[in-house]
Design a protein around this ligand. Structure first.
Ligand code: NAD
Ligand code: DAO
Ligand code: ZN
Ligand code: ZN
Length: 369
């Protein structure tokens, strides 16, 4: 079938709106009509060329919501008409990783997904007879996509698509890092570095679990007001701190953070996030994705003296199990998504969404199909 897509033909070039061809779902696959998709920093990261796994030409996008319109042979868990959120971290419930209960990183389709392919090693998208790579197993910058069944979370039908799509990445990544990965306890002092689409969700996750101090750190002063609305108690702009930022944060928290989160992808900030943690028990969680070839460093004594460095992918969430619950939290108004969607765009204007992200003007831009 013909579908409308924003195609990433080359690194660093604007996306091009084209009519491309999409083959129907094969065994275990599902055709989804996308109704909305967010634009995440990670799409920008891949388009910029900083992503070592980036493959071109491809259809980017991994933060979608839509409706099942057709299913391939053998599909049992979803049916035509179901409302779904595509998952870049699938949940097969039968691989060694899923069964371990120790991680959300299902490996069932990892090899092919990392190569921009469907599980049978081919692509469903093509343009003028040449294959277009899938992206993070989702490719939501098209009004239809094909997904493996194990990479779809079925969600309630009263959830609006243009807000719940954000649960497909940013909301779950931020809130999940607090709730599922770090397991922050009530009364903890938390420092969040980077108050963008992810960091603001870490802030609201920290508020949700009853954290005490919630300190936000960002070089963009415009982020202070919105972060306070989501539960931040103190704002620190590194550009306005006299002297050492880490010492300032340790002083502010009376000894160091119980938990810190890096939500930027900057390896120097990752070090600051670890070193502002409390001696003996502070935990620093890396969420940001650093550019190809970059490395983190600290003095090992920071770890010897009880600080721990951890990381979180998709908030540690098991997509098919946890995403529908997070949609419930949103619909029950336990979490706020609406105020984070700052822009709604047509697919034709998607490059404007990337510009808004680059210039710090948006929190989340959503393309509505
Ligand atoms: P964003 O661009 O919306 O936000 C980044 C924020 O960091 C901005 O507010 C910016 O002003 C601030 N910032 C930049 N440099 C800073 C510095 N030196 N000190 C303090 N603040 C600084 O990005 P986002 O969508 O929130 O994504 C954040 C990171 O999370 C990206 O690296 C993205 O790729 C990554 N990510 C990771 C996962 C995961 O599962 N681990 C999922 C999604 C996104
Ligand atoms: O299982 O080896 C693996 C890879 C899982 C990919 C997890 C991606 C999380 C970070 C990328 C940013 C997502 C938008
Ligand atoms: Zn994302
Ligand atoms: Zn699995």
């Amino acid at each position: 079938m013909d579908v409308r897509a924003a195609v990433a033909f080359e690194v660093g070039k604007p996306l091009v709106i084209e009519t491309v061809q999409l083959d129907g779902p094969k065994e275990g696959e599902v055709l989804v009509e996308l109704k909305a998709t967010g634009i995440c920093h990670t799409d920008h990261f891949t388009l910029s060329g900083a992503d070592p796994e980036g493959l071109f030409p491809c259809i980017l996008g991994h933060e979608g919501a839509g409706i099942v319109v057709d299913v391939g042979p053998g599909v049992k868990s979803v049916k035509k008409g179901d409302h779904v959120i595509p998952l870049y971290t699938p949940e097969c419930r039968e691989c060694e990783y899923c069964l371990s209960r120790k991680t959300n990183l299902c490996q069932k389709i990892r090899t092919t997904q990392g190569k921009g392919l469907m599980p049978d090693g081919t692509t469903r998208f093509s343009f003028k007879g040449r294959p277009l790579f899938h992206y993070m197993g989702c490719s939501t910058f098209a009004n239809y996509t094909v997904m493996p069944e194990i990479a779809l979370a079925k969600i309630r039908e009263d959830a609006p698509f243009d807000t719940s799509c954000y649960i497909g990445c940013g909301v779950t990544t931020g809130i999940g890092a607090v709730v599922f990965t770090a397991k922050v306890e009530p009364g903890a002092n938390v420092v969040v570095f980077g108050l963008g689409g992810i960091g603001l969700n870490v802030i609201q996750g920290a508020k949700l679990v009853g954290a005490n101090m919630i300190i936000g750190v960002d070089i963009n002063p415009a982020r202070e007001a919105i972060a306070r609305k989501f539960g931040m108690t103190h704002f620190v702009n590194p550009k306005e701190v006299e002297g050492d930022l880490v010492s300032h944060l340790v002083e502010l928290t009376h000894g160091g953070a119980d938990y810190s989160f890096e939500c930027i992808g900057n390896v120097k900030v990752m070090r600051q996030a670890l070193e502002c943690c409390h001696k003996g028990w502070g935990v620093s969680c890396i969420i940001g994705v650093a550019g190809a070839g970059q490395e983190i460093s600290t003095r090992p004594f920071q770890l010897v003296t009880g600080r721990r460095w951890i990381g979180s992918a998709f908030g540690g969430a098991r997509g098919r199990t946890d995403v529908p619950k997070i949609v419930d939290w949103y619909m029950e108004k336990k979490i706020n998504i609406d105020d984070l969607i700052t822009h709604r765009l047509k697919l034709e204007d998607i490059n404007e969404g990337f510009h808004l992200l680059e210039t710090g003007q948006s929190i989340r831009s959503v393309v509505v199909y």
